[in-house]
Ligand binder design. Sequence first.
Ligand code: 3PG
Ligand code: CO
Length: 553
Amino acid sequence: MLQKFPAFAGVNGPVVVIVLDGYGIPKHHVGSAIDAARKPTLERLFAECPNITLRAHGTAVGMPSDDDMGNSEVGHNAIGAGQVYAQGAALVANAIADGAIWQGEAWQQIVAGAKAGANGKAGTLHFIGLFSDGNVHSHIDHLRAMVLRAKEEGVATVRIHALLDGRDVPETSALDYVLPFEAFLQDVSGAGFDARIASGGGRQTITMDRYEANWAMVARGWRTHVLGEGPQFASAGDAVHGLRAQHPGTIDQDLPEFVIADEGKPVGTIEDGDAVVFYNFRGDRAIEITRAFVEADFTAFDRVRTPKVTYAGMLQYDGDLQLPKRFLVAPPAITDTSAEWFSKSGLAQFACSETQKFGHVTYFWNGNRSNKFEGETWQEVPSDVVPFEQRPWMKAAEITDAMIAALRSGQYRVLRCNYANGDMVGHTGHFRAATMAIEAVDLALARLLPAIDAAGGVALITADHGNADEMFELDKKTKQPALNPDGSFKAKTAHTLNPVPLILYDKVSGGRLGLQPTECAGLSNIAATVANLLGFDKHPKWDDSLLVVSRGG
Ligand code: 3PG
Ligand code: CO
């Protein structure tokens, strides 16, 4: 149980943490859907409530460097755990730099599996993953290192299944990765080594679904990578050119699947005796395809053919489910999270979001655990399965309904929710839809806050990272919005490096409570702040609270 907090007995009502996903504090007015949105409730909160900014990117959330933007995995880990851990991106980079990854049993089994093959024939080593340097789910440098090492260790054939990004990197940047990489593969091939890209497609079209929102995407990925079904091209470079010509205006993440073939024959189907590495380090969008490879009694879609392969994830994607059993680098061991200690302190907790961010407020929040702690209730609102620029309001209203019902029930002392709009619509690159996304969230807050008042509670309103705050790419030199050749602004789909707000909404303390701005305040300071609002001291492992309590009252 957490100790009592001497300075403040805690509010009588509930403490609610509201995550406005993708809501950063803009540096520039131009290109900010947040500035452009009409948002009277948020503006009132900024004007009237204690509020500070928090760091939500780079080393403040366990990324390798401060050039790395934040993302929802590391952001929700930091908020929920109250601590900063070296995250997948850093752990893998380190394991490659010091060579520990090659000494691990998993890598050795992958190499041995591919070399042994089946039926007297050596196998192929396949790498499937996100093909960019976004460093949110994967990094192409990790792939390059593994290809070189596989060659060194005597693997004869390597095939890559490249998921085009355009979501964590500029929206039409696929060729910046594909062309140099195909040249690199050609360079290292020859003399008994043969490495090629074998298939691929946009990450929002195939393979990388999350939270079972759209299994059809994963089924399409399986048919592309494993069965070699799909439109054929001679190289991945040709495929990107060809698909763009066939689908004008389609950005990388939405491009259809492609298969590389020689004279009609796919060059890299996945067969018995092959080895497969899924090289994303982040789990949410890796779990479904991993299950398709490793589950004997898999029923989510018809796999048609299930090759017997040696399979490894870059990391273990779910520790509770041990998925997958074989992984190249151990994930961060996140312990003593806020949900665990609030549970041990006897507090009932409620967590809610829509499908697209449901695992973020549950699994990531709880340190990558898929099981609830005692006294936790999780509610998922099913997301629409549409491009979100078509429904920028998403499920903000339904999440609000669920939160209001939970508040009215009087059952919960700690509640948390995530409004996905700023992020999911921000990722589409549609400026107007993104302003509507923020407006939908503002409307939701206008309904939710009175329910918190009625319950005698307080709220911390924050975000996991920026996104809608910069909807145009910035020119690297001038730092001003970059232009397309036709003079229009270049749309930006990725997260930003901007800080996020932390607002204390408090109608109950009579003005006794405030927030302490500090140079290094970040997302990991939220857990301790929540604990103090509840009248508890922080767990010793958590970063400091930002709550200021003045005398009196
Ligand atoms: C995605 O997976 O949609 C993006 O790569 C990152 O978005 P998230 O970190 O906000 O989920
Ligand atoms: Co995002």
